[in-house]
Design a protein around this ligand. Structure first.
Ligand code: C2E
Ligand code: MG
Ligand code: MG
Length: 731
């Protein structure tokens, strides 16, 4: 420790010792300050030890104060049993360090250094350091002289009254300390007017003495703290005589800087307030150093990505979040194929360039809360959070990101004057809460990555074979869906919608995929797939066109010309910038009457971007196209947005209709939806009506439009038209 850092500590000891009753709190504070001058993680504890009984092997000590170790703070005031020789005998026996440290096992910090200072017969101060910077002197070497000084000071103060002690009487020493102190010192009178400052004050603040004498220290205020902060500070000084903490101040040149400030109220023996002594050090350098240490400790210097240590921390957090939310997360283990060859043939500089570029590209593939880390070499790990709770779907989500990464990393790299091609092998493992342990998850992801390598590189592999099979099946399905349109495997089914008198109002068109081998594939299975792959845009426009052609055909028959067709619109389709134009074009090309076309939106579409939704709906409404809110009640159902939307109809979701007769809460929800629709001037239709009781219940409560198996299942056009003929003899 540098001499200049010891001086203010000693000075402080001398200035305040007169008013202290107990030495230990003073020492605690002094040491705290001392540690603040060292810019590495250290802590000390102050133990209260009763007079040692010779015969007892164990002494109960009390933890008085703790600095720097938050785990230990919890045990302040609690008795701890320590071996007698650790606290009672003369200090410094190396062999006993381990024993003391293990007695303090309540802390998670691994202490590597330890120093002990007995205080007469009643206490001992133990200095601990969690980490010792390799570059600096050992902690013991740095702090031993300081402790020696402290010990001497304590003995002096104990033996004499402070005023007659050699320390206080040595005015020269005091003066010297004051003058040469590294910390800024200011002394004010009881009315808080500055009466003395030292040279360090001027050096730190920029104010010479003549500019501050007689002024209030508030002239240093930075404006960064509010009234409550200062009020709290003064309350503490008044009650305990002391305050210390971090504070932002302003230099004369306007620059704001962080400082560590101690303020002591100095009182006469009568108790009358004499002075305030403020001591502060500029800790901006220390803060910078801390930030730098943090950067070094948690980030990879080459790519600036989180390193393994931070990765583990983030994974722990992700586990905790997953345990609470029930959502999955995923770890993607990424290794660059043939990286070693590049390094060996083109040199490390080029290799480094590639790694930096890979890091940048990886960051573009993930969302804000996700983590991209570098483990070292050409190994990267991506942690995805907040995937869905359903394992198959979560795997699909992780797969989409993995595919994106594979694609992005496979694009050519410009390294110096070379174009380089690189591919990754990616291993994926899902996790949820604490179902697996962290090391295992990383190990599994690593294993999966090796499987990807064995499978021929530039490949993604899931650790779980079931997931892998599901992902492969999905990929296959997607490939087949890609060709479904051109191979004419897609068709529309029509499900009738009727009024209270069972008269047809129209139909909802529902997509069907007739797969040559799998048979009829449900839209619930392939619509999400079509969404993710973007195929929905072309499929959706085909549905729209087919529906409009049908509307046009029906227009030629007096008995079908008023039938409406409801078409489901998916999020990606609706969000595509030319959706409005596409609908418009389809209407013009087919000649369908826009008033008969009803578009079904879901709440999730609307909520994704309310403004865009409203704008698009308005434009389409100008053409007379109408809108129905599908699956109503299953989403957020916020009245706020409902009022803003230019809707025509609300479609009560089938999940409420199912138990409407037996479940009072479903019945209540449905009644509320009907009442609300009336208020908003919307018409209402119920879907999933399967029984006469349900129909009657709804009809009695004001819902007069229905869709469901009771009236007809979704069927091909011919069957639908046959069904129409049944209800209308003229068709
Ligand atoms: P949705 O729009 O809510 O369609 C209603 C679903 O309920 C249909 O399932 C229909 O067959 C079923 N359903 C109708 N009446 C009853 C009933 O009385 N009882 C029961 N249990 N179910 C009934 P489907 O055809 O399997 O369609 C599922 C979902 O797939 C649709 O839900 C819709 O979200 C989506 N979908 C279907 N066709 C298309 C399309 O062309 N484009 C888009 N984007 N999505 C579509
Ligand atoms: Mg629908
Ligand atoms: Mg629905």
């Amino acid at each position: 420790m540098e001499q200049e850092n010891i001086l203010p500590v000693l000075y402080d000891l001398v200035v305040t010792i007169g008013s202290e009753i107990s030495v230990k709190p003073l020492l605690a504070r002094t040491l705290q300050r001392l540690l603040y001058h060292t810019s590495f993680s250290a802590g000390f504890i102050c133990l209260d030890v009763p007079p040692c009984q010779k015969d007892s092997g164990v002494v109960e000590v009390k933890l008085d104060a703790v600095v720097g170790d938050f785990d230990l703070i919890g045990v302040i005031g609690k008795p701890i049993a320590l071996p007698r020789e650790l606290v009672c005998e003369a200090a410094g026996r190396e062999t006993e360090q381990a024993a003391l440290l293990s007695s303090l096992r309540c802390t998670q910090t691994q202490y590597k250094a330890y120093l002990r200072l007995p205080i007469d017969h009643c206490g001992v101060i133990v200095l601990l350091a969690a980490e010792i910077p390799e570059t600096s002197l050992p902690l013991t070497t740095m702090l031993q002289p300081v402790l020696a000084h402290l010990a001497k000071a304590i003995v002096l103060c104990r033996n004499n009254d402070a005023h007659t002690s050699g320390l206080v009487n040595q005015r020269d020493l005091l003066e010297k300390v004051f003058e040469s102190s590294y910390s800024g010192v200011m002394i004010t009178d009881a009315g808080q007017q500055i009466i003395e400052i030292n040279p360090a004050f001027t050096r730190i603040t920029g104010y010479p003495s003549q500019e501050v004498y007689g002024k209030n220290p508030h002239l240093l205020a930075s404006g960064r703290h509010d009234h409550d902060f200062y009020r709290g500070m003064w309350t503490e000084i008044e009650s305990s005589g002391h305050w210390e903490g971090e504070i932002w101040n302003r230099r004369k040149n306007g620059e704001v800087y962080p400082s560590w400030l101690n303020i002591d109220a100095v009182r006469a023996q009568t108790g009358a307030l004499l002075y305030y002594v403020g001591m502060f050090s500029d800790i901006s350098k220390r803060k910078e150093a801390e930030a730098q240490i943090h950067q070094l400790a948690f980030y990879d210097p080459l790519t600036k990505l989180p390193n393994r240590r931070l990765l583990i921390e983030r994974l722990q957090q992700a586990f905790a979040v997953g345990a609470r939310s029930g959502q999955h997360g995923a770890v993607l283990f990424i290794d660059l194929d043939n990286f070693k060859t590049l390094n060996d043939t083109k040199g490390h500089d080029i290799g480094d360039q590639l790694l930096s570029e890979v890091a940048e590209r990886l960051n573009t593939c993930v969302r804000d809360g996700d983590t991209v880390a570098r483990l070292g070499g050409d190994e990267f790990v991506v942690v995805l959070e907040s995937l869905t709770a359903i394992p198959g779907e979560a795997a699909a989500q992780a797969d989409i990101v993995a595919e994106k990464i594979r694609d992005v990393l496979s694009r050519p790299y410009q390294l110096a004057r070379h174009i380089h091609y690189s591919t990754p092998s990616i291993g994926v493992v899902l996790f949820m809460g604490y179902q697996q342990n962290l090391d295992d998850v990383l190990k599994y992801a690593d294993t999966a990555m090796y499987q990807a390598k064995t499978a021929g590189r530039n490949t993604i592999r899931f650790y779980d074979p079931v997931m892998q099979a599901a992902i492969e099946a999905r990929a296959e399905l997607e490939e087949e869906l890609r060709h479904a349109l051109e191979r004419q495997q897609l068709s529309l089914h029509y499900q009738i919608q009727v009024d209270s008198r069972n008269h047809p109002l129209g139909a909802e068109v529902l997509l069907r995929w007739q797969h040559p081998k799998r048979g009829l594939v449900s839209p619930a299975q392939f619509i999400p797939l079509a969404e993710e792959s973007g195929l929905i845009v072309s499929i959706g426009s085909w549905v729209l066109q087919t529906a409009c052609i049908q509307l046009k055909t029906w227009q030629n028959n007096a008995y079908t010309r008023d039938l409406t067709l409801a078409v489901n619109v998916s999020a990606k389709q609706f969000r595509s910038p030319d959706f409005v134009a596409q609908v418009q074009r389809t209407l013009v090309e087919t000649g369908a009457k826009p008033g008969l076309l009803k578009l079904e939106l879901t709440e999730s579409i609307v909520l994704e971007n309310v403004e865009d939704t409203i704008a698009k709906m308005r434009e389409l409404k100008l053409l007379r196209v109408s809108f129905s809110m599908d699956d109503f009640g299953t989403g957020y159902s916020s009245l706020q947005y409902l009022k803003q939307l230019p809707l025509d109809q609300i479609k009560i979701d089938q999940s409420f209709v199912r138990d409407i007769v037996t479940d009072p809460s479903d019945a209540a929800i449905v009644q509320t939806i009907i009442a609300m629709s009336e208020v908003l001037g919307l018409n209402v239709i119920a879907e999933g009506v399967e029984t006469e009781e349900q129909r009657e219940f709804l009809d009695l409560r004001g819902c007069h439009a229905f869709q469901g198996f009771l009236f007809g299942r979704p069927v091909p056009l011919q069957d639908f038209e046959a069904r129409l003929r049944e209800s209308n003899v003229y068709l």
